[in-house]
Structures are given as structure tokens and as C-alpha cells.
Design a protein around this ligand. Structure first.
Ligand code: NAD
Ligand code: USQ
Length: 390
């Protein structure tokens, strides 16, 4: 298959691009490197020493023999360039990861809120609009988030894979009919809100233009490297640890490695879904190799392998490393405790064999967090982005 990976220099996009290339697909990357610009804005760098994209691509060519061309097209603003690329390349599929993905970054200031909405919503809409205008039948695969369902208390209900079966009263009030509707959304940040808006865009273009779309509702990704990024030091993946882009489990692993107490927000009763980066990569190839039929509704798959409470993760890392646990005032506006029962059967039935936390954690602590601990700037660990001003 010919596959365009939008956001192919990012934390998920880089290993996904290499994995698809290693499987014999013809991969093209689209990325403006805006994520690297955000590092410069925040005065932080990946814990792992990531190379410039040109250098990464040259290393991949040397290691694998495969070339991956790269185009610096801004999905949110360079519509004509995007359209021209689609018309020229005629890809079988487009993987869409080109969005601002950090909840704390999206809540930093009005400017960051507006940037996140502008970038994410326009990027998604431009891509869908361009696929239709180009007249090609590309399968669009997007990574969304488990956060679209919301993190309320759970209330004893099960989160389905995208669609909820409901009974609606008939107009005469005499009976009820069954429907499947998109699960109601309940975003917990401006970033998560953009993913909810993405869902509506997918729904519309799928209904109106019969676009084939798979939306992968992914949990928090942990880990760093995959089979392909381990092949050469120059292929190493990024590791975000700062208060804006670092995600909870990787932050705890890094904090343990540098002797910083584990930063639990509030009681740590928040339950979240998790997946290892190696499984992310595998899920993408499974989704691409099993596309929906034309006319089929948007396919929504929950891309997660386990759920954990934040405090349990901290205890697990502490037991493994001896790190102290610190409870901080929660900078976010989120439920202090929630349940997260969710269905995630589809990717397993397509062949995913999950990597479990207990198997991979030690390797991550020793192989990555400790190995690069000297690159950590401890002043960048605190989460300074607050959800509300009061
Ligand atoms: P990332 O920030 O590392 O990568 C995103 C890439 O897209 C970056 O390289 C950036 O430069 C590029 N980009 C952003 N806007 C662009 C634009 N307008 N035009 C061109 N390029 C643009 O993020 P990631 O962690 O790789 O996440 C990828 C996707 O997966 C995101 O959509 C994110 O919402 C989703 N996701 C990530 C996680 C996670 O834990 N990392 C979990 C669930 C879902
Ligand atoms: N948390 C802490 N301590 C920290 C950092 C975070 O207790 O030092 C808590 C947060 O308050 C939150 C939970 O850990 O309750 C998860 O936070 P996170 O930063 O790991 O994840 P989140 O903001 O939800 O975002 C990440 C990715 C995002 C993706 C999302 C999947 O950045 O792109 O969409 O995970 S999900 O969580 O399923 O919505």
C-alpha cells in the first residue's frame, strides 16, 4: 500500500512510519515539525536525543534500504499543497496524527487554546475535504482518544467502541425503537474537545461523501522504542517528560530515574486507559490492513490494552525503584476518582497481542529513563498549566 503519514515525525508517527515501511508499504511523511518548535517555545527537549528528521530518514535508508520522502506541509493552513500531494501520490491510505496532542499545553493560555482548536480542527477538516476533492478513495485512519468518552465517575456503565445502543421513544409515545448513536462526548480539556469535534467531521464526510474512515480511540501511550527504532541509535524515538507534554507513566519512570518524587495529582484516584507504543504501531498496521468497505459507517475502535488508577501506577513504580510518592494539588479540573470499564475487543480480534505493563516497565526504567537521566532538566518537571484561574 502507499500510505501518507501526517505527523510522521511525532512520538507515535515516527515508529508508525518505520513499522509500515518495514512491512513493505510505501510511506510518505507529512510534518511541519511544529512539535519540535513547541519544545523550543517551552525551553525543553526530549529526554532521548532525537535526531533531525532528515538524519532519521537517512539512517532508516541505510539500515533498511527503504526511502521515506518527507513534505513540510501544514495540514491546517496549506490546503492547496495538501491537495496537490494527494493528487500526485494517490495514496491507498492516509494516517492522520498531525494535531496538537497535549491537554496541559492546550490549557496554558487563551493563545494556546485558540492554537489547538485552529490547528486540530482545520487539519482534520482540510484533510477530509482534500481527499474528497482529489477524487481518490483513500482510507483515512485517525488516532483519537479514549478521552472523548469522558472521565466521569463511570456510573456502572460500559464504554462501547464508539457507538451506544439506545432506545428512543416513538413520536406517538406508544413504543420505542432501537438506535445506535455516537457515544456522547464529555471532553476534559480543550485538546480533548478538538477530538470530539473531529468525530463530527468524520461522521459528516462519511455520511455525505462515503469516505472510508477508521477512528482509533487511543489511551495514554507509554514506553519509547519499538522493534524498528531500536535498530540504530539515530532512529531513537522521543520521550516527553515535561509538565506539558510528558504523560503520566513515562513521567513517573523518568522521575524515579532522576530521584524526583512521583507527582500524583490529587488523590491519584483517576483511572485512565494505557497502551505501549509497540502496540500502537501494531494497531495502526492492523487498522490499515483491515479497512472498512465504502458505505460502511465510521469504524471506531478502542485502542487500549489495560486501565489503571494513577496512584496504583505510582505505587508500582515506587515498589520497583524505591521512589517517593508526592500528592500535589491537581492543576486540572477532573474527577478525583473514576471508573473506566471499556470494551476493547476489536483490535485483539484482528490479531493484537498486548504488551503488559509488568513485562515492559523495568526495561523502560533501565534502558531509557536511567540511560538518559543526565539529559533531564528538573525545572521542567512541574505541571504549571492550570485548568481554571481560581
Ligand atoms: P506528537 O505531538 O508527538 O506528534 C504530532 C506530529 O504532528 C508532530 O510531529 C507535529 O510536528 C505534527 N503536526 C502537528 N500539527 C501539524 C500540522 N498542522 N501540519 C503538519 N504537521 C503537524 O503527538 P503523538 O503523541 O505522536 O500523537 C499523535 C496522535 O495520537 C495525536 O493526534 C494524539 O492526539 C493521538 N494520541 C496520542 C496519545 C499519546 O499518549 N501520545 C494518546 C492518545 C492519542
Ligand atoms: N497525572 C498525574 N501526574 C502527572 C501527570 C498526570 O497525576 O505528573 C494525571 C492527570 O491529572 C490525569 C492522568 O494522570 O488524571 C493522565 O494524564 P496524562 O497527561 O498522562 O494524559 P492526558 O492528559 O489524558 O493525555 C494523554 C495524551 C493525549 C491522549 C490521552 C489519552 O497526551 O494525546 O489523547 O493521553 S486519554 O487519557 O485516554 O484521553
Amino acid at each position: 500500500m502507499k500510505i501518507i503519514v501526517c505527523g510522521g515525525d511525532g512520538f507515535c508517527g515516527w515508529p508508525i512510519s518505520l513499522h509500515l515501511s518495514a512491512r513493505g508499504h510505501e510511506v510518505v511523511i507529512v510534518d511541519t515539525l511544529v512539535r519540535r518548535a513547541a519544545d523550543r517555545e517551552l525551553g525543553v527537549d526530549s529526554l532521548t536525543p532525537i535526531r533531525a528528521l532528515d538524519e532519521r530518514l537517512a539512517a532508516w535508508r541505510a539500515v533498511s534500504g527503504w526511502s521515506i520522502p518527507w513534505h513540510a506541509i501544514d495540514l491546517a493552513h496549506a490546503y492547496d499543497d495538501l491537495l496537490a500531494l494527494l493528487v500526485r501520490e494517490r495514496p491507498d491510505a492516509v494516517v492522520h496524527l498531525a494535531e496538537q496532542r497535549a491537554a496541559p499545553y492546550s490549557m496554558k493560555s487563551p493563545r494556546h487554546k485558540r492554537y489547538t482548536v485552529d490547528n486540530n480542527v482545520n487539519a482534520t477538516h482540510n484533510l477530509l475535504c482534500a481527499v474528497v476533492e482529489s477524487g481518490i478513495d483513500s482510507h483515512v485512519v485517525h488516532i483519537g482518544t479514549m478521552g472523548v468518552y469522558g472521565y466521569g465517575s463511570g456510573g456502572g456503565t460500559m464504554i462501547p467502541e464508539g457507538y451506544l445502543a439506545v432506545e428512543v421513544p416513538t413520536a406517538d409515545g406508544q413504543g420505542r425503537i432501537e438506535r445506535e448513536i455516537l457515544h456522547p462526548t464529555d471532553p476534559g480539556s480543550i485538546y480533548h474537545m478538538t477530538k470530539c469535534l473531529d468525530q463530527q467531521l468524520f461522521y459528516y464526510y462519511n455520511k455525505n461523501d462515503k469516505l472510508r474512515v477508521t477512528d482509533l480511540h487511543q489511551g495514554v501511550v507509554w514506553g519509547t522504542n519499538t522493534a524498528e527504532t531500536r535498530l540504530d541509535d539515530r532512529l531513537i524515538n522521543r520521550f516527553d517528560y515535561d509538565g506539558d507534554y510528558g504523560t503520566v507513566l513515562n513521567r513517573f519512570l523518568m522521575q524515579a530515574a532522576v530521584g524526583h518524587p512521583l507527582t500524583v495529582h490529587g488523590s491519584g484516584g483517576q483511572t485512565r486507559a494505557f497502551i505501549h507504543i509497540q502496540d500502537t504501531v501494531r494497531c495502526l498496521s492492523l487498522a490499515l490492513e483491515n479497512p472498512p468497505q465504502r458505505g460502511e459507517r465510521v469504524r471506531i475502535l478502542n485502542q487500549m490494552t489495560e486501565t489503571h488508577r494513577v496512584i496504583d501506577l505510582a505505587r508500582m513504580v515506587s515498589a520497583m525503584t524505591g521512589a517517593d510518592i508526592q500528592h500535589l494539588d491537581n492543576p486540572r479540573n477532573e474527577a478525583s476518582r473514576n471508573e473506566l470499564p471499556a470494551v476493547a475487543r476489536s483490535l485483539i480480534s484482528l490479531g493484537l497481542e498486548p504488551t503488559h505493563l509488568q513485562e515492559g516497565l523495568l526495561e523502560e526504567v533501565i534502558g531509557v529513563a536511567r540511560a538518559y537521566a543526565h539529559r533531564c532538566d528538573k525545572s521542567r518537571i512541574p505541571c504549571t498549566s492550570k485548568w481554571t484561574t481560581s
